[in-house]
Structures are given as C-alpha cells and as structure tokens.
Design a protein around this ligand. Structure first.
Ligand SMILES: [Zn+2]
Length: 320
C-alpha cells in the first residue's frame, strides 16, 4: 500500500503528538506530586540506587544473590510506600509512567519492525482526509442518495446496490468502472462514496477532477512544481478520475491520460472514471486507443435522469 509523503508525515505527527502528550502528562503529575511530598523523590532515588547497587555487586564479584534479595526487599518497601502516598492523594503509580493511547507500540507506530495497527489506521484516515481536500468536497455516503429524484428508481437502486457491494468488497484487484451519464445525476456522489469506503478499509485512494490531477502532473513534469503526482496516480489502490471530458486537452494531457490508464490496467489496479461524455463522444475526443482501452476493459454503468440540483431548485421554488 502506498500513501503520499504528506499522508505519512501527518500520521507521524499525530503519533508524536500522542506520545508527547502522554509523557508530558506523566511528567506533570510527577512534578506536582513531588512538590507536594518530597518523600516521593527520595523513594524514587532509593529505587534507582538499588539497581545501581546490584550492578556494582556484579562487577565487584560480591554475593550477587544476597545483594539482589536485599535490594528487592528494599525496593518493595519503597514501592509500597510510594503507592500509599499516591493512593492517599487519589493517584496511582501507573500514572507515573506515560499512559500511551496504543499499548502495543507506545505510540511509536512500530512493534519491532512491523508497522503497528494504530499507524495503519492513521494513514488510512489521513488518506481519506486528503481525498476530500483534493476534491474540495465532503466525503459522501451512498446512504444519502435520494432516489425520489430519479424517474427510473428501480434502475438506480440496482446501480446503487452494485456500487455498495463494490465498495464493501473493494480490493486492489477490483474491476475498473466507467460512470457515464449527464451532469448532475449522482456520478460524483457515488464515486466519492466508493472512494470513502475503500479509504476506510485502509486502501490508498486518490480522488480528483481529471483536469486537476493531470494538470498537477503537468506542472511537475515541466518543473513548475515539486512532487510526484504521477507515481501516486499510478500506484494508488484506487484512483477516481472525476469529470473526464471537461478539460482542455493538449498533447501532454492526452499522452499522460493514456499512460495512466495503460499502466493501471497492466498492473491490475482499479480506476473509476466518471464522464458526461457518451461512449461515441469519448472516442471522438480521445481517439480509438484510449477509448477502446476504457470501453473494452471498464465495467460501464449508466446514470440516467435529470439534473438533481436543477430539480432541487425547482422543488424549492415551488414550495416558496
Ligand atoms: Zn500502535
């Protein structure tokens, strides 16, 4: 799974924030309690000194077992006294140590060399947030689709059922989808909802208007901006190219789009393309090479209906 450096950085920052907060809380408690009761500092010193004394006995060849037994007794007495003092103040010894949000990795993000589950979750959440920022839209859910705006509700329901199942069972080897139909009939809404479902499952998702994503690649290609958007688009577990066909097409754009579609097909990664163009329009605009790739390998899903924004507006005007 690959995430953008930005997503990694944000997740690492969050782990570091959690770690620091847990440590600061423990330190603050210790400082407060020690100020109230100087005996605490003495007891802690005694416990640390015990360990040093055992080490000294080992080095000097004394009777290690005897020293260890004596130290353990002293330690236990000191610990009990400390626990009593804290208990009387309504605190516990446990809170003297940092209470990390993740016990498995102590908020470091790693258990040994393995990435901890909490780090993975942060990455997935970060990817979902980045996704909504990129598109400039709120993440949507299939549950907020209002079927009353569709003349053929049964057809729309079937389409939604398919998309729900696609999202719920999403895997990085899922089929690629082509959403086509007129403006304002829910293509963007549904593709965002699927993208959110995949991101919530922990997959890397890149979502955006096609023009914006390819435009970003172009700026980086010609050195006007830093970044590796091309790599991100090629390797995301799911790529959603929204609104294909509304952009100004230049040769860089055409070639990049063809390369992107080809690369993802060859590596078996799913892409969802939404477009207002009909299949014949797709061909006349992008040429046979690209359109045949898309039409020949993507599952086509047709969205039918009248512009929902327009219908909502009309409903509001009628109700005034
Ligand atoms: Zn963890």
């Amino acid at each position: 799974m690959s995430y953008s450096p930005e997503v990694y950085r944000a997740a690492e920052d969050e782990l570091s924030r959690r770690r620091t907060e847990a440590e600061q809380r423990a330190n603050a408690l210790r400082a407060r309690m020690t100020a109230q009761n100087p005996r605490i500092a003495e007891l802690e010193l005694m416990m640390r000194a015990s360990a040093a004394e055992v080490a000294r006995a080992v080095v000097n060849g004394g009777n290690v077992e005897e020293v260890v037994a004596e130290m353990r007794r002293r330690n236990e007495t000191a610990q009990k006294e400390l626990a009593d003092i804290l208990h009387a103040a309504g605190e516990t010894v446990d809170n003297f140590a940092p209470q990390y949000s993740c016990k498995r990795c102590s908020d470091t993000g790693y258990v040994g060399r393995e990435m901890c589950e909490c780090f993975r979750r942060l990455l997935a959440e970060g990817a979902a947030q980045r996704l909504s920022r990129l598109s400039g839209m709120q993440l949507t859910s299939l549950d907020d689709m209002d079927l009353s705006f569709y003349k053929d509700r049964a057809a729309m329901q079937r389409l939604l059922d398919f998309c729900r199942s696609y999202g719920e069972n999403f895997s990085p080897t899922a089929d690629s989808l082509l959403f086509f139909g007129p403006t304002g009939v829910g293509k963007t809404h549904v593709s965002l909802a699927i993208a959110a479902m995949a991101a919530q499952k922990g997959y890397s998702v890149v979502y955006g208007p096609t023009q914006q994503l390819i435009g970003q690649m172009e700026r980086e290609h010609f050195g006007r901006e830093e970044g590796d958007t091309g790599e991100l688009l090629n390797t995301a577990d799911l790529l959603v190219l929204d609104d294909l066909g509304t952009e100004l097409t230049g040769s860089f754009y055409q070639v990049s789009l063809l390369n992107l579609v080809n690369t993802r097909l060859l590596t078996g990664r799913p892409t969802i393309i939404s477009t207002n163009l009909t299949p014949p329009e797709l061909q006349s605009r992008y040429g046979v090479q690209l359109s045949s790739r898309i039409l020949g390998t993507y599952l086509p899903l047709q969205f039918k209906g009248d512009d929902i924004r327009q219908q909502k507006l009309e409903r509001r005007l009628r109700n005034q």
